[in-house]
Design a protein around this ligand. Structure first.
Ligand code: FES
Length: 154
């Protein structure tokens, strides 16, 4: 009888410990996921002054931001070209070639973005015109905020 009572007590304590542990895990998960919508909302960072952009001359620049995915955090750096479209709105293009990711360079004489790795070429709007790339240069969301051009952190 004493043995049976002791086993019952151990089983009760063990069950309580497991239930408490699961409850704690549930609370931690709820806390971690409660901010997901806020973390996935678009965030913009300052890129350059609007008056730094000249017609027909893309500005080579970069920006950095902290990317947080759950408990993982990393510093991300993006290399971009910034220019104005016909209406004066900022256009931000990635400097990564869409073939295999080599950096592209603006060539003023040919008004193209050239990739030295495999001879890829993109026109002034970022559309592929020669070589292996089939997709245009990635366009990042940009906006004007006061005197600054801001770009979405992505
Ligand atoms: S990586 Fe640019 S053409 Fe291949």
């Amino acid at each position: 009888m004493l043995r049976r009572g002791l086993l019952g007590l151990v089983a009760t304590l063990l069950g309580g410990a497991i239930a408490g542990g699961l409850g704690l895990l549930g609370a931690l998960f709820a806390k971690a996921t409660s901010r997901w919508p806020a973390r996935h909302a678009a965030r913009f960072t300052a890129l350059c002054r609007l008056d730094a952009l000249q017609d027909g001359a893309p500005l080579e620049t970069s920006f950095s931001f902290d990317r947080v995915e759950g408990w993982y955090r990393e510093r991300v750096k993006r290399l971009v070209y910034v220019m104005k479209d016909a209406q004066g709105a900022p256009v931000v293009l990635s400097r990564s070639c869409t073939h295999l990711g080599c950096p592209v360079r603006w060539k003023p004489k040919t008004t193209t973005f050239d990739c030295a790795c495999h001879g890829g070429k993109f026109d002034a709007e970022g559309a592929p015109i020669a070589g292996p790339p089939k997709s245009p240069l990635r366009r990042l969301n940009a906006r004007i905020a006061g005197e600054m051009v801001e770009v979405e952190e992505t």
